[in-house]
Design a protein around this ligand. Structure first.
Ligand code: ADP
Ligand code: MG
Length: 252
């Protein structure tokens, strides 16, 4: 395995729902430690692309690779289940809605994955979880139930839970869209810290300022295709395509 091999690679991804093709041949390559922001209008296929990367959606065509391993392998039945569970453990996903288990405390939410999926000893998992909670600034919420947390705190727990699986890549799908504006920064700060630690990340976002600050590359999707991509400076200051310009105008 070469170190130059991309961490995530998508080749010619196609996905239809019924007669409607929502991904029309997407190519995407994310290097180890790289941060790619995906922007684009609602309905352009951003979520479907992220969901296809960890096989929550099954592509109709094309390939997804994670660190040299093909995700959408033509295996069947239990062999595929075993394969995909292993792959998913290596990708952390954070959604708009937090999806914490309401009947589990914060630390139980975080230790569950490592204990059940990885067979980690409970004490070790609790140690790991404590470290992650300190990292996301929630050491004082360790035994709290999710219903007692603010949206920003829930989302930080969701990030800590994903990190507990020690993923190779983190996928964020509008992680701050459901939050009150004053809670957005605390979640973005955690993502920025991960960026500083060279976590490989794919971030779907409507926050152009944040994308400009955190991303190495910005990718603009519209109508199921990648219209344009480049470093944030170029994309935001001098977009080449008319579709990109008219989309970005709305955020000025
Ligand atoms: P975005 O995240 O950019 O807003 P999505 O990937 O969620 O876009 O959706 C792209 C298109 O696919 C939309 O037209 C949406 O209605 C459609 N779509 C997404 N998921 C499904 C589904 N499970 N069944 C049918 N249509 C879907
Ligand atoms: Mg979406």
């Amino acid at each position: 395995m070469s170190l130059r091999q991309p961490m995530v690679e998508v080749r010619g991804a196609r996905k239809s729902f019924g007669a409607v093709e929502v991904l029309k041949g997407i190519d995407l390559s994310v290097e180890r430690g790289q941060i790619v922001a995906i922007i684009g209008p609602s309905g352009s296929g951003k979520s479907t692309l992220l969901r296809s990367i960890n096989h929550l959606e099954n592509l109709n065509g094309g390939e997804v690779w994670l660190d040299g391993l093909q995700v959408n392998q033509p295996l069947r039945g239990q062999a595929f289940e075993r394969h995909i569970n292993k792959v998913r453990q290596q990708m952390g996903m954070v959604f708009q809605h937090f999806n914490l288990f309401p009947h589990l405390t914060v630390i139980e939410n975080i230790t569950m994955g490592p204990v059940i999926l990885r067979g980690m000893a409970k004490a070790e998992a609790r140690g790991l979880a404590r470290g992650l909670l300190s990292k996301v600034g929630l050491s004082d919420k360790i035994d709290t139930y999710p219903s007692r947390l603010s949206g920003g705190q829930k989302q930080r727990v969701a990030i800590a839970r994903a990190l507990a699986m020690q993923p190779k890549v983190m996928l964020f799908d509008e992680a701050t869209s459901a939050l009150d504006p004053e809670l957005v920064d605390e979640v973005n700060a955690v993502m920025k810290q991960l960026a500083a630690e060279h976590m490989t990340m794919l971030i779907v976002t409507h926050e152009m300022r944040f994308a400009g600050e955190v991303a190495d590359r910005v990718l603009f999707m519209d109508g199921g295709v990648v219209v344009e991509e480049g470093p944030p400076g170029d994309m935001f200051r001098a977009p080449q395509k008319e579709r990109t310009r008219s989309f970005l105008k709305k955020f000025l």
